[in-house]
Design a protein around this ligand. Structure first.
Ligand code: HEM
Length: 516
């Protein structure tokens, strides 16, 4: 490095010859206002923090690549999609992945019982594709309008500033569709041992579209090569006593020593349509697609092999969104997906700024040519056409032109009365939760019951009774064990009437059909 390259400067490029003292009148005297170097330094420092993510604030990121198999299971991928990122065998696409917890703030412990975020940005040759998923394959709610209520109930109490179990179950008791997710989260699956040993899932239903414009419903899943490992509450407490950032450390150190984590990327496919023959709605993200009917089909693999050179520049400023799809991958009518798609870019224009897509971590790795101009923190002018005077379209004076169409458009016939509908009013919200309970290994079931019993003890009686009523309708043994552990009168709980306006509970006991 030459002497010039080592020299400290201000952001104006002025060399700094004294970085130890501000200018003052005499040795002890007052400071003066024309201290530009000091003012630039301190006022920039005052602005070093941006708002943390309203959810998923605690996270860690890594760079890597995705490699397509060019096939979906045994068939050419082109049969289902024209997305080049999936169809070209051996094609490597750079990725950035951010893992996170959901409820805690930016410095909160990574041992929290919480779903884990699994957000992947693929910098494809056709522009970016973000798959913003979680580690678990289902979610608490199925209508986006409930998200702020749900997050408010799960975040700390606005008065006591504590996460209160009664607020969590107060919300859940009115949303039986959450029971499936609650059964996962309150079991050891609610505390993954590390980010390297957890699954990922897009959770919401998307579509794959081929050259003919034919669509299939699709669910996306990441399967870790290292297998899945989860923690009991006791194990998590022991780790937390020593380290509140164990998952970040684990990922960072693994990549530094060349032990690169890897996941296989799989899809589940279903023909496009309503599927009245199924006992769940394929657009209902509180339900899984049974794997004996809809097997996981390998599509590619992802390897993470580089830590970000700067956490703030990459991890903190990264902005993922469900609206960021490439040609060949499309939206379904899943109401959660549609609500999410508004929320992400909206919050990012506030959290990072209107030009967040110009930041290197968010910008696609191909030219962007838009007529979007100006706004706070414009870093550069997007490439224009031949004539820089023309920032509108169409024009006869050398402006940008529309791209030629790729394949046939996917058209969907939609009709109906505009209104507010309770999605999946007829769904059985108890069946898959009960199956899950019965599928757990004994130690997982015991940990689940112990966690729920501890929570129930902190809830008022009417919430405890209703929750036991719910658990019993998932599985009789499930309800009985929670009731016995928490000293709740099961007979009284079972006398409660069904919830008004909610699907009636069933109690089925078919064999489970899932690999995890
Ligand atoms: C982050 C909204 C459901 C996964 C966020 C953020 C918002 C949000 C506002 C912060 C984004 C940012 O500041 O950059 C919503 C809404 C939902 C919803 C309105 C429901 C209607 C879900 C579901 C999943 C999910 C179902 C899982 C499939 C994530 C992940 C992040 C995130 C992984 C963190 C992304 C990152 O690492 O930057 N969500 N979310 N969200 N959400 Fe959601």
């Amino acid at each position: 490095m030459s002497e010039d390259q080592r020299t400290l400067t201000t952001r104006q490029g002025h060399p700094v010859s004294d970085n130890q003292s501000l200018r003052s009148v005499g040795e002890r005297g007052p400071a003066t206002l024309e201290n530009y170097q000091f003012i630039e330094k301190i006022t920039h420092f005052d602005r070093e923090r941006i708002p943390e993510r309203v959810v998923h604030a605690r996270g860690t990121g890594a760079h890597g690549y995705f490699e397509a198999y060019g096939r979906i299971g045994d068939e050419p991928a082109t049969k289902y999609t024209r997305a080049k990122v999936l169809t070209r065998a051996g094609k490597r696409t750079p990725v950035f992945v951010r893992f996170s917890t959901v409820i805690g703030g930016r410095e909160s412990p990574e041992t929290a019982r919480d779903p884990r975020g699994f957000a992947v940005k693929l910098y494809t040759e056709d522009g970016n594709w973000d798959l913003v998923g979680n580690n678990l394959k289902v979610f608490f709610i199925r209508d986006a309008i409930k998200f702020p209520d749900m997050i408010h109930a799960f975040k700390p109490d606005p008065v006591s500033n504590r996460q209160e179990p009664w607020r969590f179950y107060d919300f859940v008791q009115f949303h039986p569709e959450a029971l499936h997710m609650v059964t996962w989260v309150k079991s050891p699956w609610g505390i993954p041992a590390s980010y390297r040993q957890m699954e990922g899932s897009g959770v919401n239903t998307y579509k794959l579209v081929n050259d003919e414009g034919v669509a299939h419903l699709v669910k996306f899943h990441w399967v870790p090569k290292a297998g899945v490992k989860n923690l009991t509450s006791q194990q998590a407490a022991e780790i937390q006593a020593k380290d509140v950032g164990h998952a970040t450390r684990d990922l960072y150190e693994a990549i530094e020593r060349g032990d690169y984590p890897e996941w296989e990327f799989c899809v589940q496919l279903m023909s496009d349509g309503e599927h009245p023959e199924l006992d769940f709605d394929p657009l209902d993200d509180t339900k899984r697609w049974p794997e004996d009917q809809f097997p996981l089909l390998p599509v590619g693999r992802m390897v993470l092999d580089r830590n970000p050179p700067n956490v703030f520049a990459d991890t903190e400023q990264s902005a993922f969104g469900t609206g960021v799809l490439v040609d060949g991958i499309d939206f379904s009518d899943d109401k959660m997906l549609q609500g999410r798609t508004l929320s992400y870019s909206d919050t990012q224009r506030y959290r990072v700024g209107p030009n967040y897509l110009q930041l290197p971590i968010n910008a696609p790795r191909r030219d962007t040519r838009t007529n979007q101009r100006d706004g706070q923190m414009t870093c550069y002018v997007d490439q224009a056409g031949e004539n820089p005077h023309v920032n509108y379209e169409p024009s006869s004076m050398g402006g940008l032109e529309e791209a030629p169409k790729r394949g046939r458009d996917h058209h969907q016939w939609v009709e109906g009365h505009l209104g507010r509908y309770q999605t999946s009013r007829t769904a059985d919200d108890y069946k898959q939760a009960g199956e899950r309970y019965r599928t757990f290994e004994d130690w997982e079931r015991e940990d689940l019951i112990a966690n729920l019993v501890a929570d129930m003890k902190e809830c008022p009686e009417h919430i405890r009774l209703r929750m036991v009523w719910h658990f019993w309708h998932c599985d009789e043994d499930y309800g009985r064990r929670v009731a016995e552990g928490a000293g709740i009168d099961l007979e009284r709980a079972l006398k409660l009437p069904p919830l008004e306006g909610k699907p009636a509970p069933g109690r089925r006991r078919e064999a489970p059909t899932y690999t995890s």
